[in-house]
Design a protein around this ligand. Structure first.
Ligand code: 4GM
Length: 220
């Protein structure tokens, strides 16, 4: 899977060289190409934004600069995603669907916004990672890359995506490891029984309990 990221803050993506995504990059299972939108400014001061037509606060990123950045990575087969609080909410089902793509181009905007004409021209999907506003689309782009990459063969084990929250529409059951007693608390006795059918039943009940408590909306 290839990701191109169009951003004004390329250094923010340095953090993706760590942990599981870092390993996936080393193994060439995913490729992340960061494109600095500012490199496409024709202005001698490398300016990329200007004041909004019609007035109002803040600055708007110019469409020509974003378009030239896009042309540098353009591919008719690629899906172009704009990360914005106005987008459709990212869900695990959507993440799974996106993992089937070969090439995704992510456009990171700012609170100041991007001229609508270039968005109308190049964006296939507007996606939000949740109902809150951030200073930029970079963290949402990293959230999308991380969540999608987990479904790419070889990044994590198949079993890891099979028994996790949302995989069966419910939140995950609690997990325990050694020591058997911690701060005077024992682990649930059933987990020591070796009775796999009863353990499975207990885990399903615990899943339902935590989902009812924290996310009753998932049960509707
Ligand atoms: C406004 C318009 C995405 C703000 C476009 C981006 C939250 C999300 C921004 C933008 C963002 C989200 C930048 N904040 N909920 N801020 O996915 O790119």
């Amino acid at each position: 899977m290839k990701f191109d990221v169009l951003t004004l803050f390329p250094e923010m993506f340095d953090s993706m060289k760590y942990s599981i995504i870092g390993k996936a990059l080393e193994k060439k299972l995913v490729d992340i190409n960061i494109v600095n939108i500012r490199n496409f400014s024709k202005d001698k001061h490398k300016k990329v934004d200007d004041t909004p037509y019609g007035g109002g606060a803040g600055m708007i990123i110019r469409p020509d600069v974003v378009y030239d950045a896009y042309l540098s990575v353009k591919d008719e087969q690629a899906k172009v995603i704009y990360l914005s609080p106005k987008g459709k909410t990212l869900t695990q089902a959507k993440v799974k669907e996106l993992s089937k793509e070969n090439h995704i181009i992510l456009l990171c905007g700012h609170y100041e916004g991007i001229d609508q004409r270039v968005l109308d021209e190049i964006v296939n999907e507007e996606i939000s990672i949740g109902d809150y506003v951030l200073t930029g689309g970079e963290l949402p782009a990293m959230v999308l890359i991380d969540s999608v990459s987990r479904y790419i063969e070889g990044v994590i084990s198949k079993e890891s995506t099979e028994e996790e929250s949302f995989s069966n529409g419910l939140l995950e059951y609690p997990q325990y490891t050694r020591p058997e007693t911690f701060l005077n608390k024992n682990i649930p006795e059933i987990l020591l029984s070796g009775h796999h059918k009863n353990i499975k039943k207990w885990r399903e009940e615990e899943s339902l309990k935590i989902t009812k408590k924290n996310r009753p909306d998932l049960l509707k």
